[in-house]
Design a protein around this ligand. Structure first.
Ligand SMILES: Cc1ncc(COP(=O)(O)O)c(C=O)c1O
Length: 506
């Protein structure tokens, strides 16, 4: 190595300058390039499409066999890499072997994920090009798309032009983001120990989790009882807020359901907005699931008051047919987002922004983030707003078909619905009167219909009673899918699915 002829370079950080002239790019054998992977990628895409085409021919739920799980978990990572096609084929098989087909037409458990093939194509662009969607500087194209999708959603939900938002990994993170903004806007630091948040007992668990992350104790969330339709009672809310205020506590936020997970119930948003505005509370609506129905013009009326919320969670990866990891939060005064999340460390100082060219890392918790809006944009471009609304409305019709099938089935108690594609019900066959036995029966028939591969059905609890819950939103399902499932459930429950004569009324 020749001695440098210029004055000695001094680096204030990092290792001493290395001699680098013998460092060249790794060869394809050591670092795969896209050229070498093209053929593998084509094979993989074909295999994924084949698997998706066949989705309805296999049971909706498959769990990895114990022996294979044990092998996988002890096999370790090879020191020397192996053929990518062979490894990718194995990967596909393993994931398929142990996965619920959330897009199976008879996947009725949880909130199913009937993702559209177009969403997956958008995903390919997201992960293939891998733009860093944290800053405008790094991904102005993807950011322009994210802004446009958020603007379109805000307008559809009736929110004003001041609204801004950000895509998140899911509804849990969207709720957390909104609640952090709400806390910063509505609570002085000194009031936080006495702060109280409100929601109904049907509110999603992610809200309590988010409040925990933000440092609140479980007692600082009041979970208020619901009315007969599983909706938050505005009068009970007003009473609770006034009582807490009189006791010296600090009410600051109410979280309303715009489609609850259990039953699809929509809280009376207008009345809750009145209470929130007269009492200085932030109103957050959790529409992670249900707000999709507000995109269907004929269903908008059920969401009266949605346009008055301070913030809203909406998950396209639920009922807008996106692959997982696609949710968003909208905040009425968009500047509130940046007031909470803007940071400017010295290493980000060259990433200037304007209102039209924001850094999304200033709107949420993440710095590095994938471009989650691309797949939804592609879906919207492909289906159009009307096509999306039609696909969502199909779920509502499926819920109605399920309710009609239940009405034809004897010894059924309907506990809720149809509401936003969800029905909850119990079998109450003659001779089974004991509460514990009835609860056990519902669990047993859900498991039986899932184990025999007919459908994926789980139970929930409403008013202390275990019940079956169907959430039917797949555009690829028809009335026959819910009817077959209900008939099979009825058979396992020991009731005949035909004669309505002895149906016990609710
Ligand atoms: C109403 C509601 N809110 C929030 C969530 C949490 O969303 P995620 O699972 O995307 O974090 C769910 C999930 O089902 C939900 O139904």
């Amino acid at each position: 190595m020749n001695a440098p002829t210029h004055p000695a370079t001094r680096c204030a950080s990092g290792p001493a300058a290395a001699h680098t002239s013998d460092v060249s790019p790794l060869p394809p054998a050591a670092w795969p390039t896209h050229a070498t992977l093209r053929a593998v990628a084509h094979r993989l895409v074909d295999a994924i499409c084949d698997a998706q085409d066949a989705v309805s021919y296999a049971p909706p739920l498959r769990t990895i066999p114990d022996r294979e799980r044990a092998t996988l978990q002890t096999r370790g990572i090879p020191d020397t890499g192996r053929d990518p096609l062979e490894a990718a084929t194995e990967l596909l098989r393993i994931v398929e072997t142990g996965a619920a087909r959330a897009n199976h037409p008879r996947a009725f458990a949880f909130i199913p994920g009937p993702h559209s093939a177009v969403s997956w194509l958008g995903d390919l662009v997201t992960s293939g090009l891998n733009p860093h969607a944290g800053s405008w500087l790094q991904s102005s194209g993807a950011a322009a798309i994210e802004l446009e999708v958020l603007r379109w959603l805000a307008a559809r939900f009736g929110l004003p032009a001041t609204t801004a938002g950000v895509f998140t990994s899911g509804g849990s993170l969207a709720n957390l983001t909104a609640l952090q903004v709400a806390r910063d806007r509505r609570l002085a630091q000194r009031d936080r120990a006495q702060a109280v948040a409100y929601c109904s007992d049907q509110c999603h668990s992610s809200v309590a989790k988010a409040l925990g992350v933000l440092g609140f104790a479980p007692e600082q969330l009041r979970r208020l009882p619901v009315d007969a339709a599983f909706r938050l009672d505005p009068a009970a809310l007003a009473r609770a807020v006034d009582a807490d205020r009189a006791a010296g506590r600090h009410p600051w936020v109410v979280v309303a359901n715009a489609g609850s997970t259990n039953t699809g119930s929509i809280d009376p948003l207008d009345a809750i907005a009145d209470i929130a505005s007269t009492r200085g509370l932030w109103l957050h609506a959790d529409g992670a699931y249900g707000a999709a129905a507000a995109l269907v013009p004929a269903r908008r009326a059920a969401f009266a008051g949605l346009a008055r919320v301070d913030s809203l969670t909406f998950d396209p990866h639920k009922w807008a047919f996106q692959t997982y990891g696609c949710a968003c939060v909208l905040v009425r005064d968009g500047a509130d987002l940046t007031r909470t999340f803007h940071t400017r460390p010295e290493y980000l100082r060259d990433t200037d922004t304007t209102d039209h060219a924001p850094n999304f890392w200033d709107r949420g918790i993440e710095l590095t983030r994938p471009a989650r809006a691309l797949r939804f944009w592609l879906t919207l471009q492909t289906l159009g707003a009307d096509g999306l609304a039609r696909a969502i409305a199909h779920g509502i019709a499926l819920g109605e078909a399920a309710a009609a099938a239940l009405a034809r089935t004897p010894y059924v108690e309907c506990l809720s619905g149809p509401q936003l594609g969800i029905v909850c019900f119990r079998f109450v066959p003659p001779g089974v009167d004991d509460a514990a036995a009835l609860d056990a029966l519902q669990s047993r028939v859900a498991r039986a219909v899932t184990d025999d591969g007919t459908a994926f059905v789980l139970t929930t609890v409403l008013r202390g009673q275990v019940c079956l819950r169907l959430c039917a939103i797949s555009p690829q399902a028809g009335a026959g899918d819910v009817e077959t499932t209900i008939a099979r459930l009825a058979r396992y429950a020991g009731v005949s699915p035909v004669s309505p004569v002895s149906m016990r009324s609710t």
